[in-house]
Design a protein around this ligand. Structure first.
Ligand code: FMN
Length: 426
């Protein structure tokens, strides 16, 4: 891969967890048991991954079909899970998602800095601006428009950084004999008055020696890329065919450079599903099983949500090209589907098939070859693996099969050389 250290971040894509075990074998735990999450963390640490990533959404899909099949709903709060999981892994990082549209910046600054202490420098914040009014409905608020969301996010992150900086690194003394816990000269108010946010400061949580939480970003609109260019230390770029990934990678690197930073100082990861098994036929069989595991009514329901209009008034056999001018939601997806001659049902199956890309189905050698070739062509820094079947087993299988192959090729560390997330990704 491009950089000598490949950054393999394993992602049990949080929002899909309830339905992820529908198709397969016996499970030791349901996703509602803490044992399920502990198993993922232990296996990820055994695989020497940089971090596990928790996506988070607040129940935009809460209709009867989503509830029945556990599609994106319900989900546990990742912050609380991480405070427990950090105790079962010593080196593994944890990246949690929090929205600049839904949380107050002081609260995020405090929660993240607290998690920084609890995890001893292993925490990252996936900064999202959110996309769905149905999430905002949960809080009784109106989601601002796209560009205002990003304008707010700039102000928001400036304030969070100021709050984190309100404690100088050596402000805490803990000199009990002389009754000096912290030095008031080294703890500062922020008196921030922005257009949308304000805070007096200082933060109620002090600095951590590992530095502030690692900033991660996943928006890929021009505004999202500019924002990542300024703030991100790690970027999750959307999935797609190799040329699309390459184009995005170039744009992200340019945005980082435009912000006056070294474009290769930021780690660029791409999400990937995939299935790795002992033999190619076993992997292909499992991939086929995964493709069939999501009932069509679930895929159609998800697609309806992405279309922005009443898509299901049409028969599932309708060509997407015939209804394209009614789409007001995720236009890129529908344009792609129309271009491929997909029907509505084909598109629904496409979006719910977690594997989708056959290049990443096979033996460890097959998949490592594809990862190396693609990452080279794209100029990325690695992948964020999204579980395609029961997540604890998926992570275990990756750790048992793919990781040793990547280690053999010098693409993954054999042992952790550091204890903090920022150093893991350096
Ligand atoms: C890999 C990946 C993971 C994401 N995870 C989340 C998430 O957990 N929660 C969320 O609200 N948005 C998530 N997003 C959405 C983005 O953060 C962003 O809000 C969205 O792409 C819209 O921004 P944009 O218009 O700049 O692309 C994710 C996007 C990608 C590519």
């Amino acid at each position: 891969m491009t950089n000598k250290n490949s950054h393999l971040t394993i992602c049990p894509f949080f929002q899909y967890e309830p339905d992820i075990g529908l198709a397969f074998e016996q499970r030791e735990h349901d996703w509602t048991d803490i044992g399920y999450w502990e198993m993922i963390a232990r296996e990820a640490e055994r695989g020497r991954y940089d971090a596990i990533f928790f996506a988070d959404f607040w129940g935009a899909a809460r209709d009867p079909i989503s509830i029945r099949y556990g599609k994106n709903f319900p989900m546990l709060d990742p912050l609380l899970l991480v405070s427990r999981l950090s105790a079962v892994a010593e080196h593994l990082g944890f990246i949690v998602t929090m929205s600049t549209s839904f949380y107050n910046p002081y609260m995020v600054a405090r929660k993240m800095q607290t998690l920084n202490h609890i995890t001893n420098g292993r925490i990252g914040w996936n900064i999202v601006t959110s996309i769905n009014q149905k999430e905002a409905d949960q809080l009784g608020m109106t989601l601002p428009g796209h560009s205002e969301r990003y304008e707010r996010a700039y102000e928001y992150v400036d304030l969070v950084k100021k709050l984190w900086a309100s404690w100088e690194p050596d402000a805490v003394i803990n000199d009990y004999e002389n009754e000096w816990i912290s030095d008031p000269e080294k703890v500062h108010r922020v008196d921030f008055e922005g257009e949308w946010f304000s805070s007096a400061g200082p933060l109620a949580v002090h600095h951590h020696p590992a530095g502030d939480p690692v900033l991660v970003q996943a928006g890929s609109s021009p505004e999202g890329m500019r924002f990542a260019g300024k703030h991100a230390e790690m970027i999750f770029s959307p999935a797609g065919p190799t040329p699309v990934k390459k184009e995005r990678a170039d744009k992200f690197r340019a945005a980082i450079s435009d912000a006056g930073r070294d474009p290769y100082s930021v780690k660029l990861l791409f999400p990937i599903g995939g299935v790795v098994a002992e033999s190619r036929s076993e992997a292909e069989e499992r991939a086929a099983q995964i493709a069939e595991s999501v009932p069509d009514e679930v895929g159609l329901n998800v697609l309806q949500g992405m279309s922005g209009f009443d898509l299901l008034k049409y028969s599932p056999d309708t060509k997407v090209s015939e209804i394209l001018d009614e789409v007001s939601g995720v236009q890129g997806l529908f344009n792609m589907a129309a271009g491929k001659g997909f029907t509505i049902l084909d598109t629904a199956r496409f979006i719910t098939n977690r594997v989708s890309d056959e290049r990443f189905v096979g033996t460890a050698k097959d998949v490592a070859d594809s990862l190396e070739a693609e990452n080279e062509a794209v100029g990325g820094d690695g992948y964020m693996f999204r579980a395609t079947y029961f997540a604890p087993h998926y992570v275990r299988d990756m750790t048992n099969l793919l990781v040793p192959e990547l280690q053999k090729r010098g693409r993954m560390r054999k042992e952790y050389e550091s204890t903090t997330l920022r150093k893991h990704i350096a």
